[in-house]
Design a protein around this ligand. Structure first.
Ligand code: ADP
Ligand code: ADP
Length: 229
């Protein structure tokens, strides 16, 4: 089955002379349960597509189906419910609340989720069971990103969206974070969609979608993805 199917998706920011055509008619099927990497230069439209698939933004035209639902036709309240129940997000700069401990950052999300796991179980999944009482400032960048991943998976999302998840990390720490994403994909069968401009991230993907200038240039399927570890 497909996690997503888009048809002729466009996104235009602004209007008139200054309009930016961020997506120029993207048609793509994304199979459920895969690790998919969106690769391409800065400004090519990767984040825009991620944000539309994740219900953070709306397309200007075209359709985007998640299972049987066209996200373009959902009301704002329905789109919010989709985000809350089905998807998790991981961003480049972690977005943890500095005044809350790692555990509390996760509980902030699990309190409103339908079928969450315990915060400590999520921390264990990312190897940080001993860091629950620590504040973000007491954690390394890689640890903060693993807390952010724990927060995203604690609500058991169908899809995990990651925008440059290793962009602020050194390469060894980045590999460890990618390994966690790979483990989560294997253990829960969650579809993992990663936006990056780092070509080496593509080695762990089942499918690599190459972006350029607002559209897909090429898709390659890895029959034997490498372990990120
Ligand atoms: P990336 O996806 O490359 O990590 P961003 O999505 O933050 O980075 O930004 C990509 C490009 O989009 C940048 O050139 C940035 O200037 C532009 N951009 C992002 N948000 C806005 C905005 N609200 N208004 C105008 N340009 C923006
Ligand atoms: P990528 O993720 O590949 O870096 P983006 O999807 O962030 O690319 O950006 C695609 C294009 O859309 C860029 O030209 C960027 O400047 C523009 N853009 C992105 N977000 C905004 C925004 N909120 N307002 C205006 N332009 C934007």
């Amino acid at each position: 089955p497909m996690a997503f199917a888009t048809k002729q998706l466009t996104k235009v920011y602004g209007a008139g002379d200054t309009a930016v055509h961020a997506l120029r008619g993207v048609t793509i099927d994304i199979p459920a349960g895969e690790i998919v990497v969106l690769l391409g230069p800065s400004g090519s439209g990767k984040s825009t597509l991620l944000n539309i698939l994740g219900g953070l933004d709306r397309a200007s035209s075209g359709s985007v189906f998640f299972q049987q639902q066209n996200l373009s036709e959902l009301s704002d309240a329905e789109l919010t419910r989709y985000r809350r129940d089905q998807v998790g997000f991981v961003f480049q700069f972690y977005n943890l609340m500095p005044s809350l401990t790692a555990r509390e950052n996760i509980e902030l999300v699990t309190e409103i989720a339908g079928n969450p796991m315990a915060a400590d179980a999520a921390l264990t999944l990312v190897g940080l069971q001993h860091r629950g009482d620590h504040f973000p400032s007491q954690l390394s960048g890689g640890e903060q990103q693993r807390v952010a991943i724990a927060r995203a998976i604690a609500k058991r999302p169908t899809v995990l969206f990651c925008d440059e998840p290793t962009g602020a990390l050194d390469s060894n720490t980045g590999r460890a974070v990618l390994k966690v994403l790979q483990d989560i994909n294997k253990e829960f069968g969650a579809t993992v969609i990663i936006v990056t401009h780092a070509a080496n991230t593509a080695k762990m993907a089942d499918r690599v979608i190459y972006f350029a200038d607002g559209d897909i240039r090429n898709i390659s399927v890895n029959t034997q993805p490498l372990s990120a570890g």
